[in-house]
Design a protein around this ligand. Structure first.
Ligand SMILES: Nc1ncnc2c1ncn2[C@@H]1O[C@H](COP(=O)(O)OP(=O)(O)OP(=O)(O)O)[C@@H](O)[C@H]1O
Length: 583
């Protein structure tokens, strides 16, 4: 990450060069006004040189204009370099998050991750633009002024400079604590952001349980924690300013006393003492600003730590070096002696242990079994959302770990219980799996999925906004849209995690027909709940606690009077059994 930050900053060198040049000019120009003042007091006034008054005033004004111009150039150039660096870091962070696997996201809250890309990166931006600019300008000014003062009066300056190590010591002791305080602040911002995301994205749940008041209290509580963390950090950072001020006044008192003493002895002129006090201000300004900047720097450092944590997270699932494209032939899938669980392979019991299954090419295999048996897990492993502990999954003889994730997932279409739709138009959603598809192909897919009719009836047809996760559509419409999207992507393998939601008979019939189009001639793994899908599957596999307990065609399984499938079937579809249509 340091390297990333360094590379991002390095890319901005022309801008930074301009900024530093302007900064150096500012540092040099700052001596001019005190020098002119000294000249006015020591020469122009005693010698009553009226002719010098206009050039003096002009000199001050000219210097002020130049200071303004260089100030503008340096601020803008630093800010621009900062903005570009931050853009670079933000996009890298986003890219890195996209490359992480599902297991990483299982363990984190979306809102919390969002706060790293927003609040933490903003904080870092402050350091890169305002911070680096300030620190650099101040360091250059400090060095230049100190050198000049030493040249002017080394005894006085050396005595003054002895105070500065004290300030640095204070800053050092204080920096670590401040950083920890700000880390706490950023963590509480992340908590709030997590809660915000949960409550707003699940607003229907909140309303359904009339839980608004509870949500309000929870949010207020997190707000208070954030306020306390902020106040704790401020209590601490506010102490530093007055401490530095005190040291500065000590410096001023010293210059006034020691300078006046030297002036009375005739070693210094009055003008020199006044000029020296002005130099002292120039010397103190950077220190004062630096003390204020300490806060920003520590705040950014805390944000930086959080960004580094995210950037250094490694996915468990990643493409092997030299991983090739998945090349499909017939589309045969084999699960071979799979051992897998969601926990730690060393310590936790597996969910699947020695699980083997073959999906026949071009046919539908249905997985049934009680809730929690591991059906969806098998589908997730095929998509390589998680890595198996042991055994292998092969598609047409190729281990899924040997091919790129992108080529694997391009060949597998997935329609899940929770229809995965995005905000945007119907068209945006349909084209998500194949952005280059033409209008005709898109409409054909919608027609095959029995979605064209309802889409046409929407206010703007294919350009209708469907709301976040498709909230403006009915359950059946969402499903048909998801099926049409998968049909358009035209994958060779399909994973269908069927919805259990009870749809009315008409929607059910439409979805059934849409599914018929999707499953035809593809290798399909269906986590089956619907009667007709179960029955028409070429093979039905019954899963219990991660093990296959029965397998065969519907009629074969129904022929076993004490069979697990038969009892499941009769429990799930009592009507069908009673009618005698199934057995
Ligand atoms: N991401 C996850 N992290 C940890 N445990 C998980 C995760 N997903 C599922 N599990 C656990 O794994 C087990 C199997 O879950 P899975 O979703 O595969 O069941 P299922 O057979 O599809 O159930 P259902 O029919 O209810 O959808 C469950 O005990 C569940 O709690």
């Amino acid at each position: 990450m340091f390297r990333r930050l360094y590379l991002s900053i390095k890319g901005q060198w022309p801008l930074l060069l301009a900024a530093w040049t302007a900064t150096a000019c500012i540092a040099a120009l700052q001596f001019v006004i005190p020098r002119l003042t000294q000249h006015a007091i020591d020469r122009v006034i005693p010698e009553r040189d009226f002719s010098m008054l206009l050039p003096l005033a002009g000199g001050i004004m000219g210097t002020a204009v130049l200071l303004g111009v260089f100030g503008y150039v340096s601020s803008y150039a630093f800010a621009k370099a900062g903005q570009r660096t931050v853009l670079d870091i933000r996009t890298s962070l986003f890219r890195h998050l996209q490359s992480l696997d599902i297991a990483y996201f299982d363990r984190r809250r979306t809102g919390e991750l969002m706060s790293r890309l927003t609040s933490d990166v903003n904080q870092l931006q402050q350091m890169v633009s305002a911070g680096t600019m300030g620190i650099l300008t101040d360091a250059v000014t400090f060095a230049a002024v100190a050198a000049f003062m030493l040249w002017q009066n080394w005894q006085l300056t050396a005595a003054l400079l002895a105070l500065f190590p004290l300030m640095l010591l204070a800053a050092r002791m204080y920096g670590g604590r401040l950083r920890r305080s700000y880390r706490r602040v950023q963590d509480t911002v992340a908590d709030m952001s997590g809660q915000l995301q949960d409550s707003l994205s699940q607003i229907r749940l909140v309303k359904a349980f009339a839980a608004e008041e509870r949500e309000n209290e929870r949010f207020a509580e997190l707000g208070r924690a954030n306020q306390e963390a902020n106040l704790a950090a401020t209590r601490f950072s506010a102490l530093f300013g007055p401490a530095i001020d005190l040291l500065q006044y000590a410096g001023m008192a010293f210059v006034l006393a020691f300078g006046s003493w030297q002036a009375m002895r005739g070693d210094m002129t009055a003008g020199e003492v006044v000029a020296f006090l002005a130099y002292l201000r120039l010397l103190q300004n950077p220190v004062r600003r630096f003390s204020r900047l300490m806060s920003t720097v520590q705040q950014s450092a805390a944000a930086y730590d959080r960004i580094v944590e995210t950037m250094s997270a490694e996915p468990d699932v990643s493409d092997r070096p030299g991983a090739g494209e998945l090349r499909l032939a017939a589309g045969e899938v084999r699960f071979e002696r799979i051992r897998f669980g969601y926990g730690n392979p060393e310590a936790d019991a597996p969910l699947l242990d020695g699980f083997s299954l073959r999906l026949e090419p071009g046919r539908t295999t249905a997985l049934v079994g009680s809730s929690g048996a591991g059906k969806s897990t098998i589908a997730h492993l095929l998509l390589r959302y998680y890595e198996v502990w042991d055994g292998r999954i092969a598609i047409d003889g190729q281990d899924v770990r040997d091919v790129t994730q992108a080529s694997l997932r391009r060949q597998i279409g997935i329609v899940t219980q929770e229809t995965m739709l995005r905000s945007g138009t119907v068209r945006d959603n349909l084209l998500y799996g194949r952005p280059d598809a033409g209008e005709r192909e898109m409409v054909a897919a919608a027609e095959a999925a029995f979605a064209h009719g309802f889409i046409e009836a929407l206010p703007q047809g294919y350009d209708t906004e469907i709301g976040e996760r498709g909230v403006r559509l009915s359950g059946g419409q969402k499903q048909r849209l998801a099926i049409a999207r998968t049909l358009l992507a035209d994958p060779r393998l399909v994973v269908l995690d069927e919805a259990t939601a009870s749809l009315d008979t008409e929607s059910e019939a439409l979805i059934q027909e849409a599914l018929g189009a999707l499953l035809k001639d593809r290798t399909c793994l269906v986590i089956a709940h619907r009667l007709s899908t179960v029955r028409s599957a070429s093979r039905i596999v019954v899963l219990e606690a991660g093990r296959i307990v029965e397998s065969g065609a519907h009629d074969e399984l129904m022929a076993c009077p004490a069979g697990r499938y038969r009892s499941l079937y009769e429990r799930q579809f009592p009507q069908a059994s009673a009618d005698g249509e199934a057995v």
